[in-house]
Design a protein around this ligand. Structure first.
Ligand code: SF4
Ligand code: SF4
Length: 99
């Protein structure tokens, strides 16, 4: 059976079946290892919310009915491209990060 232990434990000290507490990723800026980022073309966006719904990390914020778009928090976006793939208007472009 798996066991919940402190997420700060060293890898070599982790027991077999280790998993950390849920929700811990909010403590870290998990987007800092991303190789590409989503860039939105707001002219084409129809504010359908698919990007918001499908993002596996829940990083999209609804900017509201006045602004009518969803904004990705790049501090936490991992660059997986799911949002760009699911967007029915193809208005999200995955763009390589500068190094
Ligand atoms: S999925 Fe595409 S069209 Fe829909 S809100 Fe997101 S960016 Fe806009
Ligand atoms: S690239 Fe992936 S993690 Fe980043 S906003 Fe899109 S779906 Fe979310």
């Amino acid at each position: 059976m798996s066991k919940v232990v402190d997420a700060w434990v060293k890898v070599q000290d982790m027991p077999v079946g280790f998993h950390g507490e849920a929700g811990r990723s909010v403590d870290f800026k998990t987007g800092d290892w991303r190789s590409s980022k989503p860039v939105l073309d707001r002219e084409k966006c129809i504010y359908c919310g698919f990007c918001y719904i499908y993002c596996p990390d829940g990083v999209y914020e609804d900017m509201g009915p006045k602004e009518k778009y969803y904004k990705a928090d790049l501090d936490y976006c991992k660059g997986c491209g799911v949002c760009a793939n699911e967007c029915p208007k193809k208005c999200i472009a995955m763009t390589l990060e500068e190094v």
